[in-house]
Design a protein. Structure first.
Length: 458
């Protein structure tokens, strides 16, 4: 493609080191879409004839069919997806194919392709996020009114509905979908027409190009347009944050599926055994998804590091943007898909949860609240209940074993009705503030999510 300037061909080692077609061929169909729009803009500018435009479109459509069918022959010596398609087009239709690159550089071409690809990929990932939300919502519905311990510091803290716990992850995933949509909006700007870095003396109608490709805006600085990968960083960041949420969900799942907790039963189809120990049933899917989060983090850091030292405008370093972007899309998409399937088949062990939630210590705070309602300052109420906890531990019993006399030794404000406070369901029913886990609040939120998710595009 640059033989006019060079008298010798690139070395074989340079070709192998510099090729990107092994991975950027993934942009092929988007490259074809961009090329068809560019050809239409060339025709609008009077630079090609109607017959040439028709031949270019026909040739590109034919190449697209070959690529979809897996019959297109990719050539490493042509370096990248762009030159492979252009060479194939010229071979098919002759000189008209060689006119296609007029007023265009691979710099603005690849920036356009990647934005087109990302626009589609974020939609696909957002749909996968929604599928996981629906799977978790269904699991929350199957939990019914089951109560489980809520944890802080991985220590039993206060009772919550299992549905409320799961809905926390549904909320997180909603923010992930919003972040992906935000990255897509930032990618929705057309760089095509920026040339290598300074546009071209052959000015094409960029608004026309944007309309052809469905972009909502046109870039306003040609140097920024060809070197900007902020949108890719945002995409990788959204993937990494979503991966973090999946990892937390999987950590809970690994704990819940253990013999020590026993709250959740995973299906045989979504667990594995041991090559040595015949009794094992391992939550490998959750562990793998947790582990793959590290790849998502690494991909983000990889691209940020590539970009941090680049002067304006385009530099060949930017070839390294696509591998982490593609890998994160694949990794996150696979994790979302398998987790949606796994949680769809999971079942609760409500008896184990109920037994754990029956721990009177989970509602010790309710005694402090009782005293506060009697006008005792909270810090004093906290101290009084702490003494009662210490007393029950010293005696080797539970808070329910304490008598009214015991309670009044800590605070004279305790009355007989205080003995009825240590009930998890009563405690939950009293937690009525917006966002709290009372059964009525959780039921309302479940209904809201059912309506919200059923109204989302599939």
């Amino acid at each position: 493609m640059w033989h006019g300037r060079f008298s010798k061909d690139p070395s074989e080692r340079l070709r192998a080191y510099g090729e990107s077609v092994s991975f950027d061929r993934r942009l092929a169909l988007h490259d074809i879409a961009g090329s068809k729009a560019h050809a239409a803009a060339l025709r609008k500018a009077g630079l090609i004839t109607p017959a040439e435009l028709k031949a270019i479109h026909r040739g590109l459509d034919s190449i697209g069919r070959e690529i979809r069918a897996g019959k297109f022959k990719w050539r490493e010596e042509l370096e990248d997806v762009h030159m492979n398609i252009e060479a194939a087009l010229t071979k098919k239709i002759g000189p008209a194919g060689a006119k296609l690159h007029t007023a265009r550089s691979r710099n603005d071409q690849v920036a356009t392709d990647l934005r087109l690809w990302m626009r589609d990929e974020t939609k696909s990932l957002a749909a996968s996020v929604r599928s996981l939300q629906k799977s978790l919502l269904a699991l929350a519905v199957r939990a019914g009114d089951a109560v489980m311990p809520g944890y802080t510091h991985l220590q039993r803290a206060q009772p919550v509905l299992a549905a409320h716990h799961l809905l926390a992850y549904v909320e997180m995933l909603e923010r992930d979908a919003q972040r992906l949509a935000g990255a897509a909006r930032r990618a929705d700007i057309l760089p095509l027409g920026s040339g290598a870095l300074a546009g071209s003396t052959i000015a094409l109608d960029r608004r026309f190009l944007a309309k052809q490709l469905g972009f909502s805006a046109v870039s306003q600085n040609s140097m920024d347009a060809v070197s900007d990968r902020d949108f890719a960083c945002e995409f990788l960041s959204a993937c990494a944050i979503c991966g973090m949420h999946l990892s937390r969900l999987c950590e809970d799942t690994v704990l819940w599926a253990s013999s020590e907790f026993g709250y959740l039963r995973l299906s045989d189809e979504h667990t594995t055994g041991s090559s040595l120990m015949p009794q094992k049933k391992n939550p490998d899917i959750a562990e793998l998804a947790r582990g793959k989060t590290g790849r998502l983090y690494g991909n983000l850091v990889s691209l940020l590091t590539t970009l941090k030292g680049l002067p304006l405008s385009y530099n060949r370093d930017l070839q390294e943007d696509k591998v982490p972007v593609f890998d994160s899309a694949d990794t996150l998409g696979a994790s979302l898909g398998i987790l949606s399937e796994m949680f769809g088949a999971a079942q609760w062990d409500k008896k184990r949860m109920a037994a754990a939630a029956d721990d009177a210590l989970l509602v010790a705070t309710d005694w402090a609240d009782y005293l506060v309602r009697k006008k005792l300052p909270f810090r004093q109420a906290h101290e009084a209940v702490g003494k009662l906890v210490a007393l029950s531990i010293k005696r080797g019993g539970t808070l329910r074993d304490l008598t009214l006399k015991d309670l009044q030794s800590a605070s004279k404000l305790f009355r007989p009705d205080a003995l009825r406070c240590l009930d998890a369901r009563r405690s939950l029913a009293a937690r009525t503030a917006e966002g709290a886990p009372s059964p009525k609040r959780v039921a309302a939120r479940l209904a809201w999510w059912r309506k919200h998710l059923s109204g989302r595009a599939q």
